[in-house]
Design a protein around this ligand. Structure first.
Ligand code: DGY
Length: 328
């Protein structure tokens, strides 16, 4: 427990109400200019802070953590994914790591549906034609996409976001299938009328749409490998709003270019912010710049979660959203 206000260093600009509240509660250093921290700035921050508030754009690895000062006791991540943080290394040094689960579930699920629709119904292509003055008249066989309703959706990773996608997808008339480390509870399976596939390969080969919602861990890196991607049907659509590293992007780009699958909607990339040049310019790929949680409401809620985690820790309790190495 710290009697003085803890030194909290925030690495990126956060929504104004979050920054205002943080300033009231903590001895807060903000990054108003929003320039991502350099390695040297991160080293300085971990050396001086009681609590660091990083985001996905900061690499908090074991080498950086060696520079942590004796005061650093909390890494309160602004975001749910913690694959940019070496959680075991932090915990081994007595530094707790927290994240912001739950509050971005619905926004990410909304964006997932938007991508499914955008790819299936060629929304971006169509909008571009209209904007560029290329619409010369309706025609029976022009700009045909793929029907969404009635199709089979395979969800990879049936956690909070996967389930939120399933709920929306049912309203669109999709049949829900999923692959997960273990089946969801019978109550949830019944509510979603969801079919569990123990074999990812078998599920991939039978779905019309696939949506990725696993965390990125060593076990899920390139889970959708070149071999697995080849199992997809030619009319299949793949959506990823989780992490780019889960898909072999180069293999995916080749399948898209060759028309071996119908399309892909990607909000995340393997080497963000860089986008694999092979994905650029493909008419059947809708690419978004990591917008899953990008709503005003969601980002404020994420900030509030960060504040709750820091305050709970300040008060000498275990923060509610602790990430433990066993979760990774
Ligand atoms: C997350 O929270 O992990 C998102 O991907 C970024 O906000």
């Amino acid at each position: 427990m710290v009697a003085r206000k803890p030194k909290v260093i925030v690495t990126r600009k956060l929504p104004d109400p979050v920054e205002t509240r943080m300033r009231e509660l903590f001895d807060t250093e903000l990054n108003i200019a929003d320039q991502p921290f350099t390695r040297a700035q991160l080293e300085d921050a971990v050396g001086r802070a009681d609590a660091l508030v990083p985001t996905i754009t900061d690499r908090i690895d074991a080498t950086l953590l060696e520079k942590a000062g004796p005061k650093l006791k909390l890494i309160a991540n602004f975001g749910v994914g913690v694959d940019h943080i070496d959680v075991p290394a932090a915990v081994a040094k007595g530094i707790a790591v927290t994240n912001t689960p739950g509050v971005l579930t619905e926004d990410t699920a909304d964006l997932t549906m938007a991508l499914m629709m955008a790819v299936g119904r060629r929304i971006v292509e169509g909008a571009n034609v209209a904007q560029e003055g290329g619409y010369t008249g309706w025609a029976p066989t022009w700009m045909m996409g793929h029907r969404i309703t009635g199709k089979r959706l395979g969800i990879i990773g049936m956690g909070r976001i996967g389930q939120a996608v399933a709920r929306r997808a049912r309203a669109f008339g999709l049949q829900i299938h999923y692959h997960n480390r273990k089946p969801v509870s019978p109550r949830i399976a019944e509510e979603l009328e969801a079919t569990y596939w123990e074999s990812l390969d078998q599920m991939l080969a039978r779905m019309d749409l696939i949506s990725v919602h696993s965390p990125h861990t060593p076990a899920t890196y390139h889970l959708l490998s070149a071999r697995r991607l080849k199992l997809l049907q030619q009319h299949a659509i793949l959506v990823n709003t989780a992490r780019g590293e889960i898909i072999d992007e180069t293999a995916l780009a080749e399948l898209l270019r060759a028309g071996k699958i119908a399309g892909a909607g990607l909000d995340v990339f393997e080497h963000e912010p860089a986008i694999n040049p092979k994905l650029l310019g493909l008419p059947n790929a809708v690419l978004l710049p990591h917008l899953g949680s990008a709503t005003i409401e969601g980002r404020i809620d994420m900030g509030e979660k960060v504040i709750i985690n820091i305050r709970t820790w300040m008060d000498g309790h275990k923060p509610p959203d602790r990430v433990i190495p066993a979760m990774m």
